[in-house]
Design a protein around this ligand. Structure first.
Ligand code: GAP
Length: 427
C-alpha cells in the first residue's frame, strides 16, 4: 500500500502547480472540498471519459448512451427510495459540535477534542434546491445523487427508439451530487462529482453469470485501459447490512490510496427494484414469446474523479532528480512536446513551429522554448508527456529530429515524415 500522507501532499501540490486540479473558488478563500480541473486535469479527465465511452459504448453492440437532466422530477426520488433511505448515520460531538459519519469513525470519542458523541441519527444525502421563484415544499427539487435513475426512467424511450433486446445496457457519464457529511481526501470524496454508469438489463435467471462478466470487464478497464497495477486493487464483497437499499449483491473494487484502502468503483445486482418502482406495468416485451416482464439489472459504476486520483497515484514516481508521471500514453494530457534546441535561432524556432503545427493536427502537443533542454524534459516528465521532440541544426539539413522517451529517457533520431505514424503507434 502506498501508505503515506506525504505522497498525497505531493500529488495535491503537483496538481495545483501544473494545472491538473485547483482548489475551487480560491480567490474568495476557497470552498471546502470543492475543486476545479485545470488545463491539464480536464485533458486527463476527458481522456478517461472518452476511453470509457469508446470501450463500453462504441465498441459494443449491446450498449447505447444517454445524457439526462441533472434535476429530475422529485417523484423519481420518491419512487427510487432515495428520499427515504439514501442516508448516512451522523454523530455530533457534544463538545465541539463537529460532525462525523458514524460508520466511518473508529474511535468512540471525537478525534478533534475527545468529546462524547450524540447517538447516531440518519442524515439524508440528497442535495436540495428550488425551481422557480417560490422557495416552498412544492418547488423543492433535488440534484441527482446518482446518474443511474435516468437510465430507468428513460428505459421505455430508449427501448422504443433503439430497438435493443435484453440483454443490453444504457450508459451515461455525468455529474452527481451528495451532501456528504465528511467529504475529504482531495477529489476522493466531494459533494459534487462525476460518474460513469451502466445499467445492464437482463433476464433474472442470468444475473450471476452477467455479474461475473461485468466484474471481468471492470478489472480489464482498470488494468488494461487505465494501466493500474493490479496489486493495488482489491475486491470487497459488501456485507448485507452495508449494501445500498436497492442491492442484492455488491462488490466494491477498492484501491490502496495513501489514506487507506477505499472504494474506487462498485458493481451491484439491483434486481428489478428500480424498474418495478417506476413502471406500473412491465416495460419490456419479448419479441418472440410476447412475454411481458421487468428486466433485472446489473450495474457497474465508476467514479470519474476517483479514476483520476487512482491514475495519478499509480503513475507518480520519483527517480533520482526527476518527478515523473508514468501515465499510459492514451491518458497523457499532451502526447508529445516540441522544442527548438535554442530559442534565439529563428531558423530552429521556425522549423519547430512547423513540426508542432503538423503534429497538432493529430495529437495534443506542447511547445516549449524556455530554459535548457534538460529542464524542458523534466517539466514534461512531471506532467506525463510520453514523447519529446527536439529540433536542432541537423534537422535543418536532414529533416530528422531527436525523439526522447519519457520512461526510458532514451533518445533516437527519427525522420520528420515518420514522426506522426510512430507516435500514433505508441499512443
Ligand atoms: N448508482 C450506484 C451508485 O451511485 P455508489 O457506490 O454510491 O453507487 C458509485 O457510487 C461511484 O461513484 C463510487 O464507486 C465512486 O467511484 C463514486 N462516488 C460516490 N460518491 C462519491 C463522492 N462523494 N465523491 C467522489 N466520488 C464518489
Amino acid at each position: 500500500m502506498k501508505n503515506n500522507q506525504e505522497l498525497m501532499e505531493k500529488i495535491v501540490s503537483l496538481c495545483k502547480r501544473r494545472g491538473f486540479v485547483f482548489p475551487g473558488s480560491e480567490i474568495y478563500g476557497g470552498m471546502a472540498n470543492s475543486f476545479d480541473y485545470g488545463p491539464l486535469g480536464v485533458e486527463l479527465k476527458n481522456n478517461i471519459k472518452n476511453l470509457w465511452w469508446k470501450h463500453f459504448v462504441h465498441e459494443r453492440d449491446d450498449m447505447v448512451g444517454i445524457d439526462a437532466a441533472l434535476i429530475m422530477n422529485p417523484k423519481v426520488w420518491q419512487a427510487s427510495g432515495h428520499l427515504e433511505t439514501f442516508n448516512d448515520p451522523l454523530v455530533e460531538c457534544k463538545k465541539c459540535h463537529h460532525r462525523f459519519r458514524a460508520d466511518k469513525i473508529e474511535s468512540k470519542k471525537c478525534p478533534d477534542c475527545g468529546g462524547e458523541f450524540t447517538k447516531p441519527k440518519q442524515f439524508n444525502l440528497m442535495l436540495k434546491t428550488f425551481l422557480g421563484p417560490v422557495e416552498d415544499a412544492e418547488n423543492t427539487v433535488y440534484f441527482r445523487p446518482e446518474t443511474a435513475q435516468a437510465m430507468f426512467v428513460d428505459f421505455k424511450n430508449v427501448l422504443e427508439t433503439s430497438r435493443k433486446k435484453v440483454p443490453f445496457g444504457i450508459a451515461q457519464i455525468g455529474k452527481a451530487f451528495r451532501n456528504e457529511i465528511t467529504p475529504g481526501n482531495f477529489i476522493f470524496r466531494t459533494r459534487e462529482f462525476e460518474q460513469m454508469e451502466i445499467e445492464y438489463f437482463i433476464e433474472e435467471k442470468d444475473w450471476k453469470k452477467v455479474f461475473e462478466e461485468w466484474k471481468k470487464e471492470m478489472w480489464s478497464w482498470m488494468t488494461d485501459v487505465l494501466g493500474l497495477d493490479k496489486k493495488n486493487i482489491h475486491e470487497l464483497d459488501v456485507p448485507d447490512n452495508e449494501r445500498a437499499h436497492y442491492s442484492k449483491k455488491t462488490i466494491d473494487l477498492e484501491y490502496d490510496f495513501s489514506f487507506g484502502r477505499d472504494e474506487l468503483y462498485g458493481l451491484a445486482y439491483r434486481t428489478d427494484f428500480d424498474l418495478k418502482n417506476h413502471y406500473k406495468e412491465p416495460p419490456y416485451e419479448d419479441a418472440e414469446t410476447g412475454e411481458k416482464f421487468y428486466p433485472h439489472v446489473i450495474e457497474p459504476t465508476w467514479g470519474v474523479d476517483r479514476s483520476v486520483l487512482a491514475v495519478l497515484y499509480d503513475a507518480y514516481a520519483e527517480e533520482k532528480d526527476r518527478v515523473v508521471l508514468k501515465l499510459k500514453p492514451s491518458l497523457a494530457p499532451y502526447k508529445v512536446a516540441v522544442f527548438p534546441l535554442l530559442k534565439n535561432k529563428p531558423e530552429l524556432v521556425e522549423k519547430a513551429r512547423e513540426v508542432y503545427n503538423m503534429l497538432k493536427r493529430e495529437f495534443t502537443v506542447a511547445f516549449d522554448d524556455r530554459g535548457n533542454i534538460g529542464k524542458r524534459y523534466y517539466s514534461q516528465d512531471e506532467i506525463g508527456t510520453p514523447f519529446c521532440v527536439t529540433i536542432d541544426f541537423d534537422t535543418l539539413e536532414k529533416n530528422d529530429v531527436t525523439l526522447r522517451d519519457r520512461d526510458t529517457m532514451k533518445q533516437e533520431r527519427i525522420k520528420i515524415s515518420d514522426l506522426g505514424n510512430l507516435i500514433k503507434e505508441k499512443v
